[in-house]
Design a protein around this ligand. Structure first.
Ligand code: ADP
Ligand code: MG
Length: 244
């Protein structure tokens, strides 16, 4: 069995008197792509935000390579340095060049020299065809280019885990493919990814494991062939029927 990167045990999270996560158990192994699917409001974003400590959980444990990062004594910055995150919107800092965005964490969190960080940044941007935009500001890029740059920024420091929260939801349809292709490449390189997505065809094709969240609980999980091909739970079938 491959190594466990992330283990969630009994995660509970409430906002006021509304319990949004009601006991989530999940294991993510190295090189695995886990897709989180579920209706809007089911708790996907909250779950991702708890993993990099943007939300503090009320109960349970979050283990990152065995370390309990939900222990409040563990500094959030140290945890976030180990986890890359890309959201739906507003990923790049608008006042920094694309290259400065990509090298920010390497230089300021990992204290790399500008020269080393920029050499790798240019290299990464070249991989996604954006080397000539390195000195541009993000608003000169298309939405798809911005999201690809955001992904490159998130992986620039070789995080142990990459969290993607509906990274294509705000894009024009013709720009979705280029972003998903990059995720596919990262998977091929062995990046460990947890992604919330509404792209069911992509999840079916790329995920190793699919988790269907329903009202803050995992209603069903399994390999994509099972979850999409032969869902066991009526709620899963009902949810998936919306995408037919
Ligand atoms: P999803 O990403 O699956 O659409 P979310 O995790 O964003 O779901 O939201 C789950 C529920 O938690 C929703 O009812 C949402 O309104 C609520 N929620 C999320 N963030 C907050 C917050 N900061 N304060 C209050 N309620 C929140
Ligand atoms: Mg969400």
């Amino acid at each position: 069995m491959s190594e466990v990167v992330l283990q969630l045990q009994g995660i509970h999270k409430s906002f006021g008197d509304r319990e949004v996560l009601r006991g989530i158990d999940l294991t993510v192994r190295t090189h695995e792509v886990v897709a989180l699917i579920g209706a809007s409001g089911s708790g996907k974003s909250t779950l991702l935000r708890t993993i990099n400590l943007l939300e503090r959980i009320d109960d349970g444990q979050i283990l990152l390579r065995g370390q309990d990062i939900s222990d409040p004594r563990v500094p959030a910055d140290a945890v976030r340095a180990r986890i890359g995150v890309v959201f739906q919107h507003y990923n790049l800092f608008p006042h920094l060049s694309v290259l400065d965005n990509v090298t920010l964490a390497a230089r300021h969190v990992f204290r790399e020299s500008r020269q080393d960080a920029e050499a790798r940044g240019i290299d990464l941007l070249g991989r996604i065809g954006l080397a000539e935009h390195a000195r541009s500001f993000p608003d000169r890029l298309s939405g798809g280019q911005q999201q690809r740059a955001a992904i490159v920024r998130a992986i620039a420091t070789n995080p142990e885990l990459l969290l993607l929260d509906e990274i294509t939801s705000a894009l024009d349809p013709e720009l979705v493919g280029e972003v998903l292709d990059l995720v596919r490449e990262l998977k091929a390189e062995g990046t460990t990814i947890v992604m919330a997505t509404h792209e069911m065809a992509f999840a079916r094709d790329v995920a190793d494991h699919v988790v269907f969240l329903d009202q803050g609980l995992i209603a069903e999980q399994g390999p994509p062939e099972q979850l999409f091909g032969a869902p066991r739970e009526p709620r899963t079938r009902e949810f998936l029927s919306r995408f037919l």
